[in-house]
Design a protein around this ligand. Structure first.
Ligand SMILES: *Cc1c(COP(=O)(O)O)cnc(C)c1O
Length: 409
């Protein structure tokens, strides 16, 4: 018998379809979306959802933003792709703008977060080799997430991401997150460390916010030791935390900065920026990408930057984030099962004292899209354009859901 091409899963709301032809890399929820507008998504049955995840911190401007739509249509009608062996005006313009905003000197464009980090890792290694260090190591942290390519999964702190893909890429030394003493110990015991790669706030690792002086102290150690400080802002960047880049909350600037998720509102793009000596490491032939920085993706990213500036979305994210933190604290703070409610801008975690992955399906059934990471942290990454009224609805809906979940557990 010939298998039907689609596996139809019956859910309590009807049918969702999943293709048998896709490799099973994701445990997909039984829903398929058809269209979106702002913070709202509609599934193929016409049911509406409040999207508090934004495609995992990607759609900062929400869905179907007219400025992104217009930029993409205009650019597609003009030019989508040529090659990096030619000049690309859109890439020049985006590069100049990003470097100015980030305090960086140069940028390399890729197509994803993992690729941006690959560029940063290669850059750190090449920098080390040029200075005569033949076996360089990069310091990374426990609980980190840096991507799924071989080098970036080797750098990632989560064992599950690495398991089964050995032999891993060598040259990473792991220390606990938010632990300056561990970095000092590594500095004292190892002579071949050349860089530290770290998220200013850990996203996949459970919305882990380090001590206020953690990044400054890392900067000081890197300066003293001659290491490159690399910030992975793939999740925290582009206004997500209430500043365009999370490091701008403090008085610190990295040598290398990686961006991706929110950069072009869903058009694939990654960026590895660098300043000072780090900006001069790559030369012709040392790295490259066929698609990276093509006119379409760069045009979309410029539209995103325009809207972030015009609509003051960093300040919006900071305000809505505080509203959500206060609201969740008022609604849930009294429950003993709530370990912590924490966040920075619109990057919010509600940590429970127990695994709560089932909350994702329970929320979906009620028209709310959320995520649970590290099994017990409800993670919210709503679009930066979330209105005050939508934030109130999110607080009410999710608090009720969490209370019912805990009461029935
Ligand atoms: C998502 C993410 C990545 C990987 O990005 P991809 O585009 O999926 O390759 C890397 N680092 C951080 C901090 C991320 O959140």
């Amino acid at each position: 018998m010939v298998e039907p091409p689609l596996l139809f899963l019956e859910t309590d709301r009807g049918f969702g379809a999943m293709s048998d032809f896709l490799m099973a890399t994701y445990n997909r929820l039984p829903v398929t979306f058809d269209r979106g507008e702002g913070v709202w998504l509609w599934d193929t049955n016409g049911k509406r959802y409040l999207d508090a995840l934004a495609g995992i911190a990607v759609c900062g401007l929400g869905h179907a933003h007219p400025a992104v739509h217009e930029a993409l249509c205009d650019q597609a009608a003009r030019l989508i792709h040529t090659s990096n062996i030619y000049g690309i005006a859109e890439q020049d313009a985006l590069g100049a703008r990003l470097c100015t905003l980030a305090g960086m000197d140069r940028v390399f464009f890729a197509n994803s977060g993992a690729e941006a980090n690959e560029a940063a890792i290669k850059l750190a290694r090449l920098h080390a080799h040029r200075r005569g260090i033949e076996n360089p190591s990069i310091l990374v942290t426990e609980g980190s997430f840096h991507g799924r390519t071989l080098a970036t999964l080797s750098a990632t702190g989560n064992r599950k991401v690495r398991a089964g893909f050995e032999p891993l890429v060598q040259g990473f030394v792991r220390v606990p997150y938010n632990d300056i003493e561990a970095v000092e110990t590594a500095a004292a015991n190892r002579s071949n460390i050349v860089a530290m790669l770290v998220e200013p706030i850990q996203g996949e690792g459970g919305i882990n916010i380090p001590a206020p002086d953690y990044l400054e102290r890392l900067r000081a150690i890197c300066d003293r030791e001659g290491w490159l400080l690399i910030f992975d802002e793939i999740q925290t960047g582009m206004g997500r935390t209430g500043k365009l880049f999370a490091y701008q909350h403090g008085a610190v600037r990295p040598d290398v900065l990686t961006l991706a998720k929110g950069l072009a509102n869903g058009v694939p793009i990654g960026a590895c920026l660098a300043q000072g000596a780090a900006a001069e490491v790559f030369g012709p032939g040392s790295h490259g990408s066929t698609f990276g920085g093509n006119p379409l993706a760069c045009r979309a990213a410029r539209a995103v930057l325009d809207i972030i500036e015009e609509e003051d979305l960093c300040r919006q994210a900071a305000e809505r984030g505080q509203q959500l933190l206060d609201g969740f604290q008022a609604a849930l703070g009294h429950r003993a099962e709530i370990v912590a409610i924490r966040g920075c801008g619109l990057m919010i975690g509600i940590e429970l004292d127990r695994p709560c992955v089932a909350l994702v399906s329970e929320a979906l059934a009620e028209g709310l899209l959320i995520n649970v990471t590290t099994e017990r942290v409800v993670r919210l990454l709503p679009p930066l354009i979330l209105s005050s009224a939508e934030a109130e609805q999110l607080i009410g809906d999710l608090s009720g859901l969490i209370e019912r979940h805990l009461d029935h557990a």
